[in-house]
Design a protein around this ligand. Structure first.
Ligand code: SAH
Length: 269
């Protein structure tokens, strides 16, 4: 079945009798980076299904009367299976509940929101997708690493660290035009990433940054060369969530930080 949808109604409607599911991006952690649409929805949701990347500060903004269902990893136990989560959304909507499925960052960037939307559609459940600021964009701003720059990189690719397990790993394709690469879920796979990028011809001196707990008061930014990615990831083991940014644009951070310090010095004088 092929369904043509329009955005006019505000949500993708397949049926009007059941509850509606909103797939909502919560952004990279800072509650002020929520969209107004996301905030309005979490303030009035009847049920909120959320996972590990959604922090306390954002949960505190949710409707206090909402039923809160946690579906992430807890105390080393494995996460709820994706199929179970998707089915839960369907079941809640069928029982007439309006549900917010709250996800870190953006629901359609490595968030498995696509799988959830597909199951909702297959079950004729109405749903809407509210974008969020994905980790790469949040961390780019908060670490002062512009992901593109006219003279250094004219494109950027978001890559999952799982690329190393897939049919890809198309390392040559990733590095060919000197673009910026942002690896999500990459810290545990740093050895494959370092070896893959070097084998495809990137220089050992290529600038790299690891941004951990981005957009939070505990944010950490570590910059170094590609040849140090493996030891750095070992030293930072347990830092979560973390992104790896690879490319010449990483060097802009030092300049931007220096200019910030200069401004602060002038201000203090
Ligand atoms: N849908 C999310 C990504 C989910 S995958 C989004 O759009 O951002 C989870 C990965 O996202 C983590 O392993 C990490 O690589 C990255 N990530 C999410 N939030 C982050 C943050 N605040 N700081 C650094 N990396 C983050």
């Amino acid at each position: 079945m092929y369904v043509t949808q329009t955005y006019d109604s505000g949500f993708f409607s397949s049926s009007s009798v059941k509850g509606v599911v909103y797939l909502v991006g919560a952004g990279p952690g800072d509650p002020e980076l929520l969209t107004i649409k996301a905030l309005k929805l979490i303030e009035k949701a009847e049920v909120i299904v959320f996972d590990r990347l959604v922090g306390k500060e954002i949960l505190n903004l949710c409707n206090p009367d909402a039923e809160m269902i946690y579906v992430g990893k807890r105390c080393g136990k494995t996460s709820m299976k994706q199929e179970t989560i998707s089915q839960l959304l369907v079941d809640l909507a069928l029982s007439g509940k309006n549900v917010v499925r709250l996800k870190g960052g953006d629901p359609f960037i490595f968030g498995r929101g696509g799988e959830e939307a597909l199951l909702l559609a297959a079950n004729n459940i109405s749903y809407d997708v509210i974008p969020g600021i994905t980790a790469a964009l949040g961390c780019s701003a908060s670490s002062l690493i512009p992901l593109t720059h006219r003279k250094l990189s004219r494109s950027v690719t978001f890559v999952t660290g799982h690329v190393v397990e897939g049919v890809l790993p198309a390392w040559a394709g990733l590095v060919e035009c000197g673009q910026t690469l942002v690896f999500y879920m990459g810290l545990e796979r740093a050895d494959s990433i370092q070896n893959g990028l070097l084998s495809a011809g990137l220089s050992v001196c290529t600038p790299v940054a690891i941004v951990g707990k981005g957009c939070s008061p505990e944010q950490q930014v570590h910059t170094f060369e590609l040849q140090q990615l493996i030891p750095m990831s070992q030293a930072l083991v347990g830092l979560s969530p973390a992104l790896i940014i690879v490319g010449e644009v990483v060097t802009l951070r030092e300049q931007l930080m220096a200019s910030l310090e200069e401004v602060a010095t002038i201000g203090a004088a």
